[in-house]
Every structure is written in C-alpha cells, then in structure tokens.
Design a protein around this ligand. Structure first.
Ligand code: PEP
Length: 256
C-alpha cells in the first residue's frame, strides 16, 4: 500500500524455547543481511513464546539486529491477582514493539470474545505496545455470510477502544486458511482487506485508514507471498508454519 511500511510477521505459536530462539534470530538476521541487495524496505517481526522474549531482547539490542519482536497475547489487566497472565507494561519493558491480539487460536481454544480483544487492545495501547489485531471468518461463516461480514464485525467491535491517532495493525486471517495449506487467493484477501480499511475509515477517519497496515495471514509461503504483496490494501503478512524455517521466512521477507 501507499506510504505504508510493509510488515512481515512470524507467529511462532508454542514452538522454539529460549535457547532455540537465540539461534533462530541470529540465523535470520544473517540471512536478511546476506540478501541486503534485493531486500525490500520491510519491517521483519518475530513473535516468540513469552519465555523467549528476554533472550530475544538481549540479542537484538546487543547486536543491533534489524528485527523487531512482540508477544503472542497479553492480559487485559495492568497488574494484580491474575495467575498465569502477562501484563502489557511487562512487554513494554522488554521493548516489545507489538503484541498479537485475538488470534483465532485464542478465540476458539480459549474462548476470547470481541470484548476481551477490545480490552487487551486498550491495555496494549496504554503501555505503548502496538496491537496486531487478528480477525477472520471460519469456513462455516464464509458459507453462511460471505467472506467480509465476520471479519468486519470483529474489527468494528474493537475500533471503539482505539483512541484516535494510535498505531495499530490488523491481520486478516481466514480461519479456514490457517495451517491448512490452502491460502486465500490474493483477490479474495484484497477484497476483505479493502472492506476492513473502509471500516477503519468509517469509525476512525480517513487518515487512520490510510496509515494503518492490514496484513494477510493463512498458509503464506515463499512461493505465494508476492501475489498478496501486489494488492493495494495488503501491507504484509502474518506467517505461522512458514515462519519456523529461517530460509523460508527470510525468503518471504524478500518477496519480489
Ligand atoms: C497463523 O496462525 O497466524 C497463521 C497464519 O498460520 P499459517 O501461516 O501456518 O497458516
């Protein structure tokens, strides 16, 4: 998209412990550096498990690596009696640039509602961590309501919690495309991403809509990324499975 810095984001899910994370990030940085001559001006982000974040922070800051990072989830609360939860101020202290909120695995496996997603988004923004808000329809939704209705409703439900001028990222991830090897077509994804941008424009204004990055996610690989990146309303990708292979993820970040 126009004037928006593309974001290639790797969601590791529950993979790679803190020792493996160090080796991975080091190799990724080398791979990106090697390819500098054909490297797009993109932001490359990794989303490791919580227990890796301190190690990744130490490595990235010591070696000034061209990689940013974030967490896969965050608590709605800033502190207190919430056993097992991780607060947004903790992520900010670890220099997390982003936090994924409302991933379909959180929505389905952990029963997260649009209200939870809105509260987490608010908490992240209050701590200066940019929320990467995931929306997307299931195969059933697609059949019953078409592609755009559910993701647009999910996004509309969270936009009220975003103060004007805040930086946030949206990821359109059709649930049927996640981990299935069956990506949406670039044209299908573009259509929904355009609808999401209109929703931002309606609720937060044209300026916010023009500034906000909207990513596609769902079975993105090195050999299908370019088609998505050519779409005017797609500003990057959220990558699951293919983000666990250094060379594959590096190739996605170097899409042509
Ligand atoms: C995801 O879980 O965010 C995702 C897009 O997974 P995959 O790339 O494996 O489909």
């Amino acid at each position: 998209g126009v004037n928006r810095v593309p974001l290639i984001a790797g969601n590791w899910k529950m993979n790679l412990d803190h020792l493996q994370s160090i080796a991975f990030v080091q190799k990724l940085a080398w791979s990106l550096k090697d390819a500098r001559h054909d490297f797009n001006a993109v932001e490359v982000a990794v989303f490791p498990p919580f227990t890796d974040l301190r190690s990744v922070q130490t490595l990235v800051s010591a070696d000034k690596l061209p990689i940013v990072y974030g967490a896969q989830d965050v608590s709605e609360h800033a502190s207190g009696a919430f056993t097992g939860e991780i607060a947004a101020p903790f992520l900010a202290k670890l220099d997390c640039s982003y936090v994924i909120i409302g991933h379909s695995e959180r929505r389905t496996l952990h029963g997260e509602s649009d209200e939870n997603v809105a509260a987490k988004t608010k908490a992240a923004i209050a701590s200066g961590v940019v929320p990467l808000i995931c929306v997307g329809e299931t195969a059933d939704d697609l059949e019953k309501h078409g592609a755009s209705a559910v993701p647009v409703a999910q996004l509309a439900a969270v936009l009220d919690s975003i103060p004007k001028g805040s930086d946030f990222v949206v990821a359109y991830e059709p649930v049927w495309a996640i981990g299935s090897g069956q990506a949406a077509t670039p044209e299908q994804a573009e259509q929904v991403c355009a609808a999401l941008r209109s929703t931002i424009s309606e609720q937060l204004g044209e300026e916010a809509a023009a500034a906000t990055r909207i990513l596609y996610g769902g079975s993105v690989k090195a050999d299908n990324i370019a088609g998505f990146m050519r779409q005017p309303n797609i500003d990057g990708a959220l990558v699951g499975g293919a983000s666990l292979d250094v060379e594959g993820f590096s190739a996605i970040a170097r899409y042509q």
